[in-house]
Design a protein around this ligand. Structure first.
Ligand code: GLP
Length: 256
């Protein structure tokens, strides 16, 4: 079962995730991180930046990218990762990949999968979740075995992401994303969600049936998952009291 941790604020969740990442990097300087974009993981990146740790050897693989936006567009995930992760954390730009960043788009998925395997796999994958339950850009219906590939965004996701663009018409229709199979191969998944708008998606991911209709439910098939949520995002969890109780009684020797 995933470990569900209910925190008082986004900042607290960011600090806790930063602790876990820095413990990993202390064990292995060149750890491989799976990097998520969107507003949710920002507290992690802010916490990491404030710790001023040496992360120059860390390798990164972004979860997803729009197709059809130039990399130089301020809302391309390459630009977002550079602005919000690589620069503030002092990562080496050449060690951070974004899907679709090399070669033709037709072979970009297979190329990305190869690069992840060559790096030894992802040690820790940061994840947000969409209001429609998507992780990465794996929309409802995505196969649990899927690998990095080009997908079509749902209207819901385009509407959710329109806030980053002048109008919804500017939000790309296609994207390239790590698959649910790619994500499931990462050794540790850290899924974050904040706010009431994510409560249904979190309940479906953590407690709902394992179904392609709720891509987040793929986490139930993974042996090492940490879910960091605030009270609002946790509000629809049926076993909420148990999760709080389990966290309060977590053995001191047990790591996250
Ligand atoms: C975006 C991203 C996802 C992200 C999700 C939630 O479309 N592709 O990786 O987890 O939607 O975004 P936010 O964290 O801004 O709510």
């Amino acid at each position: 079962m995933a470990e569900i941790v209910v925190l008082d604020s986004r900042a607290e969740a960011g600090e806790l995730a930063a602790d876990v990442i820095l413990e990993l990097v202390a064990r292995r300087r060149d750890a491989v991180l799976g990097l998520a974009t969107g507003s949710t993981p920002l507290p992690i990146y802010q916490a990491l930046a404030s710790r001023r740790a040496d992360l120059a050897a860390v390798r990164g693989f972004a979860l997803d990218e729009y197709v059809g936006l130039p990399a130089s567009h301020p809302e391309s995930y390459r630009s977002v990762i550079t602005r919000e992760v690589v620069e503030p954390l002092g990562l080496a730009p050449e060690l951070v990949r974004v899907p679709g960043d090399r070669g033709p788009i037709e072979t970009a998925g297979a190329d990305y999968e190869r690069a992840i395997v060559d790096a030894g796999g992802v040690d820790l994958q940061i994840l947000g979740i969409g209001t429609d339950g998507h992780i990465g850009f794996n929309e409802p219906g995505s196969s649990f075995e899927s690998l990095t590939r080009v997908k079509t965004l749902t209207q819901q996701t385009r509407e959710d992401n329109a806030r980053f663009f002048d109008s919804i018409d500017d939000v790309p229709v296609n994207c390239i994303t790590q698959g649910l199979g790619t994500i499931r191969r990462a050794r540790h998944l850290v899924l974050l969600a904040f706010g009431e708008a994510k409560a249904a998606a979190i309940a479906a991911a953590v407690e709902g049936p394992v179904t392609a209709s709720a891509p987040g439910s793929a986490i139930q098939l993974h042996p090492h998952v940490t879910v960091l949520v605030d009270g609002s995002a946790a509000s629809r969890l049926a076993n909420l009291e148990y999760y709080r109780y389990a966290w309060a009684n977590k053995p001191a020797w047990e790591s996250i």
